[in-house]
Design a protein. Sequence first.
Length: 271
Amino acid sequence: MDTVTLRGVTLHYGDFGPSAGLPVLLIHGHPFDRTLWAPQVTALTEAGYRVVTPDLRGYGGSGVTPGQVLLADFADDLAALLDHLGIERAVVGGVSMGGQIAMEFHHRHPRRVRALVLSDTSAPAETAAGKDVRNRLADRLLAEGMGGYADEVIDKMLAAYNVTAMPRVAEHVLAMMRATDPRGAAAALRGRAERRDYRDTLPAVREPVLIIVGADDVYTPVTAAETIRDLVPQAVLTVVDGAGHLPGAERPDRFNAAMLDFLDTQVKARD
C-alpha cells in the first residue's frame, strides 16, 4: 500500500502489475475500500495489466473530509492520483457509487479515459425523496456508527442467498462497512445526493464501455444497466447470474472473464 497527499487529503492506494501495462483504475463503492477489488487485481495483473486501486477520500486508510464530498471531488482526487503516477490515460472502472464517480470522471476529464467499466450503478440524478433518505442516513451514521447499518444492508449488498453461501465474502464486505469512518460515509452520502444526471452526458461518450450488473441486484437492477447501455454508443452489457450488487466479489470468475474479454477485444484492439 502506498500513500500520497493530494488536494489536501492523504490517499492510500495500491499500484499493481507491470508499470508498462495498460492502466486500469478501479473505484470502490460506498461504504467499502480498495480491497473490494482483490479478485480483479489478481486476474488483471496476471494478464499483464497495471491496476490502480485507491481508497477514496473518507474511506479505508485515506483521510477524512467531514461535511460534504461531491462526486466531482472524488473524480478530481483520482485525476490528481493519475498525475502523481504518471498515467495520462486509463481504463476507469467503478462499482455502485464508484461507477457514478467514473461517469463524473469522464465528464470532467474525458481525455484521460480510454474506456469505462460501470458495474451495478445508475445514471439518473437523485430524486427529492432520495436526497432526503441519503441525508437522513448520513445523520444516522454520524449518531450511531456503521455497525447497525452494515448488518441491515448486507443482504442487499450481496444477493441474500450469497450471504450464507459465501461466508468469507460476506464477512469481508461486513468488515469493510464496519471499518468505514462514519464522517467519511456521511460526507459522501451528502455529496452523492447532489449528483448530476448522467443521462445527459453519457451519449457523448465515444470510448468503449462495459456495463456489468448482478442479475439479482436490488439497488441498481438490470433495468438500470440497460438504461446506461441504451444511452452509450459503444456499450456492452453483461449480466452476471448468481450475484447481487457486488458481482466482482460474489462471482469473480464471471466478472473477471467479462472484463478481460472487454479489455482484450474492445480496448486493446483500438490501440
